[in-house]
Design a protein around this ligand. Structure first.
Ligand code: THG
Length: 368
């Protein structure tokens, strides 16, 4: 795919788009009907910079579904098989969201702001419609909408230093998947230690589009000597780290267990979860296929824009859904799903990469 995508109002810009363009963005994807940058200098140059310095990411496309009202907590638990009873305000949870068949609808980060107020920071699927439908169908006392809240991620080893300069030393004390409230120009900002990379960092939930560019500019002004650059979720780094991408590595045809997200499910105690009965039924046998890390032999693979079938003895046993050449590990790193009969670490399989037959090795785990 080398053609351009035409701009229009349906393809939403973000509060940071002016800054992203000024920093020379070279490629975008469409995510929740919004622009999401995918490349600045080159995917490889961005990758090395992310692992050594600090980047500012426009991830506004991770839209929020806000739940507000007395039934907000009850509704949140209806959506996920993760038990939320121990979750307190100040915490974030990675939560599989499932439908009545146990199929994955999304894999967001849930942010508990108060007993009666939650943000669901969604991956690329129309979760708002499902949540509104549930709230309305069950006559719940809760408001469900998409607020003007846009995440801005600060990622990379120098993230703490950059953030401390803009928000004060207190940001260093934020624990993983916790958040604090910090002031910027008289405005409250929810700042969590989280983000879609394994390099460490923060996510700022920017409330109000008007403050987006002032914050963007302040971060770049403060980080000049830290070699701060605009960046974005990196297609190499996230595969090395095993961070899944909804719509790519999983769809509504998959259960959380097939996705390797069983550790984020407590299906027995998640009373009220709409997919609970279905998941209890399939959990009895266990999944028959599951996500795995693969090393693919040969030269640098092309981008994976359709599943690549994986074979054993001429019979298909799985598929690769994300792949990239890793400069640090000097192999093609990949995410795929494979049948139980062939999912053990060390299993040597074949993958059809757009007509080219290559070796694919099932690994014990991801690289990072
Ligand atoms: N941050 C926020 N919203 C998001 C994403 C994010 N929405 C879209 C997308 N990313 C949702 N998917 C993921 C996938 C992985 C993680 C977060 C969101 C993630 N996983 C860690 C891991 O697997 O190592 C940690 C999970 C944990 O231990 O709880 O961070 O990135 N706001």
């Amino acid at each position: 795919m080398t053609a351009f995508i035409s701009p229009s109002r349906r393809l939403r810009r973000t509060p940071f788009s002016d800054g992203v363009e000024a920093q020379g963005v070279k490629a975008y994807t469409v995510y929740n009907r919004m622009l999401l940058p995918t490349m600045f200098e080159s995917v490889e140059a961005d990758y090395h910079h992310l692992k050594n310095h600090v980047q500012v990411w426009d991830v506004a496309a991770e839209r929020q579904v806000e739940l507000r009202g007395p039934d907000a907590g009850r509704l949140m638990q209806m959506l996920t098989p993760r038990d939320l009873r121990g979750m307190t305000a100040g915490q974030c949870y990675y939560v599989p969201i499932v439908d009545e068949t146990g199929g994955m609808l999304n894999d967001p980060v849930a942010v508990k702001l108060a007993e009666d107020r939650w943000w669901i920071s969604i991956a690329d699927s129309d979760l708002l419609l499902w949540v509104k439908g549930i709230a309305s169908g069950f006559r719940l006392d809760v408001l469900v909408d998409e607020p003007d809240v846009s995440p801005l991620a600060i990622q990379g080893p120098k993230s703490d230093d950059l953030m401390a300069r803009v928000f004060g030393e207190g940001v260093r004390d934020i624990r993983f998947f916790r958040y604090g409230i910090f002031d910027f120009h008289g405005r409250d900002m929810v700042i969590a230690r989280s983000g879609y990379s394994k390099q460490g960092g923060f996510e700022i939930y920017v409330e109000g589009s008007d403050i987006g560019m002032p914050l963007w500019d302040a971060l770049f002004a403060a980080g000049e000597d830290l070699n701060v650059r605009a960046g974005c979720p990196n297609g190499i780094e996230r595969v090395e780290g095993g961070l899944l991408s909804y719509g790519n590595d999983m769809t509504d045809d998959n259960t959380p267990h097939e996705c390797g997200l069983g550790k984020f499910c407590n299906t027995h105690t998640a009373i009220g979860c709409i997919g609970r009965d279905a998941l209890l039924r399939v959990a009895k046998e266990g999944p028959v296929k599951q996500v795995r890390a693969f090393a693919i032999g040969g030269d640098k693979v092309p981008g994976c824009d359709r599943p690549w079938p994986v074979y054993s003895g001429g019979k298909q046993v799985g598929q690769i859904t994300s792949a990239a050449w890793s400069p640090d590990f000097e192999t093609n790193v990949a995410i795929g799903m494979v049948r139980m009969t062939h999912w053990d670490a060390g299993t040597e399989l074949r993958v059809d990469v757009l007509g080219e037959d290559r070796p694919a090795l099932v690994r014990e785990g991801f690289w990072a």
